[in-house]
Design a protein around this ligand. Structure first.
Ligand code: FES
Ligand code: FE2
Length: 409
């Protein structure tokens, strides 16, 4: 599975995060690495330990040309090439020992406010330019959470429509003291497409003319979930840990256009409260409770799958088939290598007009509610813990703070 996952780019940080602090420890696919932003604004992803005597590069010194180990001063370019060894360069300059030294390094690319890592064989495919990344006039934010379980049980949840009814609708109503039940699911359909899988559903309150059936929801191959206004990745840290990464888009109202976001903000939300209890108030937090509750690595030998799990079964089969392809030296599913193809990778989207058309705040609120997109609420709806400063930034972008009030800020 690790070999398969190494064929894909994984979001591991926000660009703004590295502007705030230029060195970040990264654990990805079981490897200990550091991500850094050099003084001349290039990004590097290298071994966490210096190849001289293994000091921790998290304590490195940022230079224009790369990162310098703070133990004896060896300096490395983002490519991994050793550029300087201060004492060796004085004591034995003709030996050019530095030319023989490289630190392990991997590819990094910036896209959509995030930094993406590629740990696989060359040539690397392109970082997919998913359609929402091409939208303008949006307030975007990148949200993280550390999830203490294997990534695959998180991803199985991306092809599991019945959990919406219970985990998000019925459990939420129990947690809030309201005893109501949401509409039951009556019919499900699952299918594969070039970049993942789609599930369609009919509930008691919808029929096959509803976008829940005509458009469906998209599991993005290999480890993401796409829901129109956002994409969630389940990034494999190691066998027992996952980094949850959400990229969220909110179209600003017509009154705020043209809107160009100078910096895409980021934050990391906790998964437990100050008493050590699970946070269960928001959709993604509820999902995390389910994923972690299955154990560090869910024991599939003790499951009893039913019809509701047809999507889970389909995903598992697809991963098995793609692992075999990689073993046979073949290209796995969904890699994009053609730059033309990658100009904009269109995805199935319910009510695309919510994101691509100009609307007043009032119009989009009304439409959003009727379409069950939670748009233009005063704070982040999907995960608990949005910092006040980002909430304020969002409210200003969305025209929720009057011009008069803005003058006093
Ligand atoms: S351990 Fe890094 S320079 Fe010596
Ligand atoms: Fe969910």
């Amino acid at each position: 599975m690790g070999n398969l996952l190494r064929r894909y780019w994984h979001p591991v940080a926000a660009i703004a995060e590295l502007e705030d602090r230029p060195i970040k420890p990264i654990r990805l696919l079981g490897e200990e690495l550091v991500l850094f932003r050099s003084g001349d604004a290039r990004f590097g992803l290298v071994d966490r330990h210096c190849p001289h005597r293994r000091a921790d590069l998290l304590n490195g010194i940022i230079e224009n040309s790369g990162i310098r180990c703070s133990y004896h001063g060896w300096c490395f370019a983002p490519s991994g090439q050793c550029l300087e060894q201060p004492f060796e360069d004085i004591a034995n300059p003709t030996a050019r020992f530095r030319d023989k030294i490289r630190i392990k390094s991997y590819g990094v690319e910036a896209k959509a406010g995030m930094l993406w890592a590629y740990l696989g064989p060359e040539p690397a495919p392109l970082v997919p330019n998913w359609e929402p990344f091409t939208w303008g006039n949006g307030f975007k934010q990148v949200v993280f959470a550390d999830v203490p379980c294997n990534w695959f049980q998180c991803q199985e949840n991306s092809c599991d429509p019945v959990h919406f009814e219970w985990m998000h609708r019925n459990w939420s109503s129990r947690l809030s003291g309201d005893g109501s039940y949401g509409p039951r699911h009556l019919e499900l359909q699952f299918e594969e497409f070039e970049f993942g899988h789609i599930y369609r559903r009919v509930r008691e309150d919808t029929d096959k003319s509803n976008p829940h059936w005509t458009v469906g929801a998209t599991t993005l191959w290999p480890n993401a979930f796409f829901l129109g206004d956002h994409i969630e990745w389940r990034v494999p840290v190691d066998d027992e840990n996952t980094l949850s990464v959400t990229w969220m888009f909110h179209r600003v109202p017509a009154e705020r256009e043209p809107y160009v976001q100078q910096r895409i903000p980021w934050w990391k939300g906790p998964i437990k409260d100050e008493h050590g209890n699970w946070i269960t108030s928001h959709v993604l937090n509820q999902d995390i409770v389910a994923w972690v509750g299955q154990g560090r690595i869910a024991d599939r030998t003790r499951e009893h799958l039913g019809r509701s799990d047809a999507g889970v079964h389909m995903l598992r089969r697809c991963f098995e088939a793609n692992m075999r392809l990689v073993e046979e030296g073949k290209e796995p599913k969904g890699l994009i290598r053609d730059p033309e193809r990658n100009i904009c990778v269109e995805l199935p989207i319910k009510h695309r007009e919510m994101f691509t058309q100009s609307m007043s705040l009032q119009q989009s609120r009304t439409l959003g509610r009727s379409l069950s997109y939670r748009l233009n609420e005063p704070e982040y709806q999907h995960q608990w813990g949005q910092p006040e400063a980002i909430k304020r930034e969002y409210q200003i972008a969305m025209g929720m703070i009057s011009d008069d009030a803005l003058k006093t800020i």
